[in-house]
Design a protein around this ligand. Structure first.
Ligand code: OGA
Ligand code: MN
Length: 243
């Protein structure tokens, strides 16, 4: 069974190599919106993400997205009509098909068509610049979508990037769910490598930010038991070949 990434716990009980160590940023209990320093200072947050990536290949930080931005995105995703969310497709080229045995979430691609989406794209672009400066990742494009998992929806273990292709290099997921409980399911399970079968469970709590190297870390979304909202995005070194 995967280690639960217990946000109310200071990492002490974690027995998983993926642990980033001290994840505390004030009170980390689910749904607690208490604002740590990180929320007021993007640069501090970006430097922590950058450090985590260089040491572990991934970063998972609760209460990390600036709360005003998270709230704006939450308001926006709440009013996007159900029609904007389309069933997901699998694969990036001609072989794509709607395969609900792999994933069943619904998605809506993000463009600069609302204040909230523009604020998100601006923040994501600032993170891109920071990581390019500090980790020399050569990221040059970004694509992202709002995702809605209805009760019962899931996304089985997968990689966001296909080996040997110049595609997605860095993945980011942020969560927009107030008061998420462990019993609500829907955890992201992030694996250290293709060999890792244990993984680290991350609860999709409001304003949690997860960033990881797309080619290194298989991951999956366990079935959600209530509506689950998130944004998933991908940075690539070249223009995306398809959306
Ligand atoms: C994805 C994905 C993870 C999540 O959309 O590719 O892995 O926690 N999402 O929503
Ligand atoms: Mn993924």
């Amino acid at each position: 069974m995967a280690t639960t990434f217990d946000l109310a716990d200071d990492g002490g009980s974690s027995n998983c190599d993926l642990s980033n160590g001290d994840l505390s940023n004030g009170d980390l209990s689910n749904g607690d919106l208490s604002n740590g320093l990180v929320n007021q200072n993007d640069e501090l947050l970006f430097s922590r993400i950058s450090d985590d990536l260089s040491k572990h290949g991934y970063s998972a930080i609760v209460n990390a997205l600036p709360l005003a931005l998270a709230e704006q995105l939450y308001q926006h995703i709440s009013v996007i009509s159900d029609d904007s969310f389309k069933p997901s497709s699998i694969g990036r080229d001609n072989g794509r098909s709607n395969n609900v045995t792999i994933r069943s979430q619904r998605q809506s691609w993000i463009s600069n068509d609302s204040l909230a989406s523009s604020a998100w794209l601006k923040w994501a672009s600032e993170l891109q610049s920071y990581l390019n400066q500090h980790l020399y990742l050569g990221l040059s494009s970004f694509e992202s979508h709002y995702a809605h998992y209805r009760p019962g929806d899931f996304y089985k273990r997968h990689l966001d990037s296909f080996a040997g292709r110049s595609g997605r290099r860095l993945s980011i997921v942020i969560y927009l769910n107030h008061h998420w409980l462990s019993s609500d399911g829907g955890e992201l399970v992030l694996y250290a490598s293709s060999e890792d079968l244990t993984g680290l469970r991350i609860i999709p709590s409001f304003a949690t930010v997860v960033v990881f190297l797309s080619e290194e870390h298989p991951h999956e979304v366990l079935p959600a038991l209530r509506d689950r909202y998130s944004i998933a995005g991908w940075y690539s070194p070249t223009l995306p070949t398809s959306i």
